[in-house]
Ligand binder design. Structure first.
Ligand SMILES: O=C(O)[C@H](O)CO
Length: 442
């Protein structure tokens, strides 16, 4: 899965870090998690801990979107066979499917083809009736991919607002509070379209804490955020949004545009959402891979957030303590964490949160001459808007600390890591379960 793996695995610690990354991503693939969570026995469809009697429905359709949505659709086809009637998903990682129509969109910035695919998705939702069972295939990346600008908001308004939000350092809950209030689908509006169909969400979470209303902006989940919240996010991060965006949000805050549906909305009477994989799925598999190689594992948290370069120095401090005093565990050890760090973009380069994490970690390791291998990847294989999943570094990565500092200052770590043979490239992995960080302490 990892390109040029032999070159990257130049020491035992680096090899172990790559093995943990591969095991984590593999465990989070839709074909693995869907087959575990969804099964069919006669007329009874099980989705996680819920069961659905298929004889009660005229049709079963898959509707949804996200980086891994086509893989989820294909896995559902594998389970349901000819009991599945069709459906539509919007994704940037298409795979061949027999019954479900796969429409391509773009991520992280929404695009024209994403809007067209989402239109088809909304039409399919409108066509659902009370005799339809909708399996909602929702995965991370869905907010950008399922683009449905509402009211007078244009696609280009949506694009510039999305780009500004992504560069602002706002967290995903804040970003999606805005996106939900500019959309005809997000914030539970897809469920409203599909009502009175029965909806079973088959969800892969890339959101820390698994808030259903935030994952892919919660197309089939009740939404507690408001137009006021969305305006507050623009204010907090100084986002200069286009006029149509600001006008819609202000009109909504004044009660002139309907709010997103909340938990008491009848649209959710027949909706249940099931998280079939999340960051912990990845961490547990990475932990098992570490144990197999004779390392003592420490799963720090699946909820690490904040500025990537700062999170890195804390992670390195933990590895340093393990080496120096055997606290909280004796080496050889593997420290693992998940979650989603962010980058506040001040420069004008290319990179992503995992690449900035790795560069900052490498700088700390070089400064302290600490012998630890650090891998940091986005499990979808796309860190930031680059073709790298992340990076693998150790203290030898940084020969010239000023060059590493300059790359961080300019948010331009991709070329720096490329020149230091640090980039980890996987291509799109078919899943999206947030970040994975692995520190191998020998
Ligand atoms: O699409 C999104 O909103 C993010 O990936 C979080 O799910």
């Amino acid at each position: 899965m990892i390109e040029d793996r032999d070159r990257l695995a130049s020491s035992e610690a680096r090899e172990a870090a790559l093995a943990c990354v591969e095991a984590g991503i593999e465990a989070g693939r839709p074909r693995t998690v869907v087959r575990e969570a969804v099964s069919l026995a006669g007329e009874t469809l099980r989705v996680a801990d819920a069961t659905y009697d298929l004889s009660a429905y005229d049709e079963v359709r898959v509707l949804g979107g996200g980086n891994a949505a086509a893989h989820v659709a294909a896995a559902l086809e594998g389970v349901l066979g000819d009991r599945l009637d069709g459906g539509v998903v919007v994704t940037d990682d298409p795979v061949e499917t027999d019954r479900v129509t796969v429409r391509e969109g773009d991520h992280p910035t929404p695009s024209e083809r994403g809007v067209a695919g989402t239109r088809a998705l909304l039409e399919a939702a409108n066509a659902a009736s009370e005799d339809t069972l909708v399996l909602a295939a929702i995965t991370g990346g869905g907010s950008a991919l399922m683009a449905a600008p509402a009211g007078d908001v244009s696609l280009s308004d949506l694009q510039s607002t999305t780009d500004a939000l992504l560069e602002s350092g706002a967290d995903i809950g804040e970003i999606n509070a805005v996106r939900k209030h500019l959309s005809a689908l997000k914030g539970g509006r897809l469920a409203r379209r599909a009502a009175p169909a029965t909806v079973a969400g088959v969800i892969l979470s890339d959101v820390v804490g698994n808030d259903l209303s935030v994952i892919a902006s919660g197309p089939v989940a009740p939404d507690a955020s408001t137009f006021d919240d969305a305006l507050a996010v623009l204010e907090r991060y100084g986002i200069d949004a286009p006029d149509a965006v600001r006008e819609r949000l202000e009109r909504g805050a004044a009660g002139e545009v309907a709010e997103t549906p909340g938990p008491d909305d009848p649209a959710f009477e027949r909706v249940s959402n099931h998280i079939v994989a999340d960051g912990m799925t990845v961490l547990e598999a990475a932990r098992d891979a570490a144990i197999e190689r004779g390392y003592e594992p420490l799963v720090l948290s699946s909820r690490v957030r904040g500025e990537a370069r700062e999170a890195a120095t804390t992670h390195v401090a933990i590895a340093e303590e393990i080496r120096a005093t055997g606290t909280p565990l004796e080496p050889p050890a593997v420290v693992l964490s998940g979650g989603e760090t962010t980058v506040t973009v001040r420069g004008d380069g290319s990179g992503g949160p995992n690449q900035e994490f790795a560069t900052s970690a490498a700088l700390s390791l070089a400064e302290r001459e600490t012998d630890v291998a650090v891998a940091a990847v986005d499990t979808d294989g796309i860190d930031g808007a680059t073709d790298a999943a992340g990076a693998l570094v150790d203290r030898a990565t940084v020969e010239d600390p000023d060059a590493a500092r300059a790359a961080l200052a300019d948010n331009d770590v991709y070329p720096y890591l490329e020149s230091r043979n640090g980039l980890v490239c996987t291509g799109p992995t078919g899943t999206n379960l947030n970040d994975l960080r692995v520190l191998v302490v020998r």
